[in-house]
Design a protein around this ligand. Structure first.
Ligand SMILES: NC(=O)c1ccc[n+]([C@@H]2O[C@H](COP(=O)([O-])OP(=O)(O)OC[C@H]3O[C@@H](n4cnc5c(N)ncnc54)[C@H](OP(=O)(O)O)[C@@H]3O)[C@@H](O)[C@H]2O)c1
Length: 283
């Protein structure tokens, strides 16, 4: 880590990743937490709304590095994000870390266009591309809801596997990307092992004492069941991701948590043990 304390803007600061990133980052930097509601819900938080440039200026005061979580539910955020990065670098920001996804590559449209542009926009940069979050099993995620209410994980992934990542590990990589040595590359951030949802259900069952099942459905019925909560287009997109998991598109773990954050990533079993009470453990 560098010795001078940087001032770092964290967007998405009230979200799953942002909250954990703030904790680790505060040990190394002066942090500016930002989101639509951060001014009301986080100490020293500022109001920051994608697409409202008047909220950018206060957020960027004195800042040298930024962590960018794209706006929720915006199908093509590329224009918003590149405009913000231009303003930020004009105001002295040197390092930009973009929060992407393993499923989005730089050849894709939308966020992929930001990934392509970032090396020419920011003097120092990284794109973090996390695998699916272990945290999808707790909280508000649709998987967490059916898990809580029915002890069921309903997916269209069939026997497909992904290397689920603990967001604590993603946050540790985020801290290193923001205040450690420069990366200037994309980083695919995964857990240590690729698991199918049958195996996830087995780990949940053995660690919590509840009988958890993985119920395989086809893409159309998953899309229909997600549509009321997410709208038809986003429901279809999420269900389509499951089909691609089923085809084995993202089933290789990487060693980036160890390489970048200097510690081994948590296993799903570690995560389930840590969240046993939220996961309804009976013992
Ligand atoms: N879940 C997964 O398995 C997974 C895996 C890989 C990648 N991802 C990616 O991770 C991202 C989400 O990260 P997360 O789960 O850490 O976040 P999250 O819990 O969904 O929270 C989203 C954050 O963004 C803020 N936000 C949303 N819209 C905004 C807007 N228009 N202007 C300003 N702030 C806004 C929200 O705060 P306020 O409501 O306070 O504004 C909140 O802090 C998504 O891009 C997703 O594709 C998810």
């Amino acid at each position: 880590m560098t010795s001078d304390r940087e001032r770092v803007l964290v967007t998405g600061a009230t979200g799953t990743t942002g909250r954990l990133l703030l904790r680790g980052l505060a040990l190394h930097a002066d942090v500016v937490p930002a989101s639509r509601t951060a001014d009301r819900s986080v100490p020293s938080g500022v109001r920051f709304v994608w697409g409202e440039p008047q909220t950018y200026v206060q957020a960027l005061a004195g800042v040298s590095a930024v962590y960018l979580v794209p706006p929720t539910g915006v199908p093509d955020p590329a224009g918003l994000i590149t405009e913000f990065v231009r303003l930020a670098t004009d105001r002295g920001v040197r390092r930009v870390v973009l929060h992407g996804a393993q499923s989005i590559s730089s050849s894709d449209p939308g966020l992929g266009a930001v990934q392509r542009a970032l090396p020419s926009l920011a003097p120092e940069w990284a794109v973090l591309r996390p695998s699916w979050f272990m945290q999808n099993l707790v909280g508000d995620h649709h998987l967490a809801r059916t898990l809580r209410e029915e002890s069921v994980l309903r997916t269209a992934t069939a026997k497909g596997r992904v290397a689920f990542v603990d967001v604590e590990d993603l946050a540790a990589v985020g801290v290193a990307a923001l205040v450690g040595g420069r990366l200037d590359r994309e980083v695919v951030v995964t857990g240590p092992e690729a698991l199918g949802y049958d195996e996830v259900a087995a780990v949940l069952s053995s660690e919590t004492g509840r009988k958890v099942r993985h119920v395989s459905v086809d893409e159309d019925s998953l899309a229909a069941s997600l549509a009321p909560a997410f709208g038809p287009a986003f429901g279809r997109l999420l269900a389509g991701m499951d089909t691609r998991i089923g085809a084995g598109e993202w089933n290789d773990p990487t060693d980036e948590v160890l390489r970048v954050a200097g510690r081994p990533p948590a296993t799903l079993r570690d995560f389930v043990r840590r969240h046993a009470s939220e996961l309804g453990a009976s013992r």
